[in-house]
Ligand binder design. Sequence first.
Ligand code: CP
Length: 299
Amino acid sequence: MTIKHYLQFSDFSLSEYEYLIERARIIKQKFKNYEPYHPLQDRTLVMVFEKSSTRTRLSFEAGMHQLGGTAIYLNTRDSQLGRGEPIEDAAQVMSRMSDIIMVRTFGHDIIERFAACSRVPVINGLTNEHHPCQVFADVFTFIEHRGSIQGKTVTWIGDANNMLYSWLQAAEVFDFHVNVSTPKGYDIDFKLVSPDHSHFTRFDNPADACEGAHLVTTDVWTSMGFEEENAARKKAFANWNVDSDKMRRAASDALFMHCLPAHRGEEVTAEVIDGPQSVVWDEAENRLHVQKALLEYLV
Ligand code: CP
């Protein structure tokens, strides 16, 4: 039997996303109404974190509990993960004791090797190259606020990271356009994008990339806790902050998103992230609802 995994955004078709979005809407409404909904009773999610997390852990753990199941958290400090056991062996063992596994790790090849040896579905909770759960929540949030994302323009300001690569895949699935502006030296790695480049346009000037956009989004320049090591990055990124001037270049009803955590005063000004166009709290909350739909679907 072929096992369905969710390792990158392009793993699902448009019709699967349409189904999941409808399920996420229903599940969110049940949550808001305090209506018990336990389709995953007696089911177990194992969460493997080789990198730290707040939102991903919380949304998967809370989501699994709310669906009636159990979530088990494993990290590299309190387990033997990352201490020499082959990833293939870890996948065999974990997947014989659980119904679904979420993995946050470094290289995408690691999660692919893990999934190849897993007897249960594997969800990508972030790799260096992809962050599909976050971009799924972002697309859901845009659709909640604006009805449809098809034909819209999303502007990405910042380095070419896992969020951007998932946005570029989402643009192909949902048929929207991404304006991309990355600082010099932090450009797109074309090995990580499909050969069809018709869904994105590159801009040298980040303000020009915001022209007419329906959504402007960015990410941290330096990972939380590693700020000092990354002083050179901050210098290179100085003009790639999202401020009110750039938001004025976007459509008058443009939204602002940030997957969080954020550094106010670096990649985004406080005025923008705390302003009326920002939907970052809805975006963070929607991780919970879309992932519950995902867990229900895959289990
Ligand atoms: N946005 C996101 O994935 O947050 P965490 O790193 O806190 O999980």
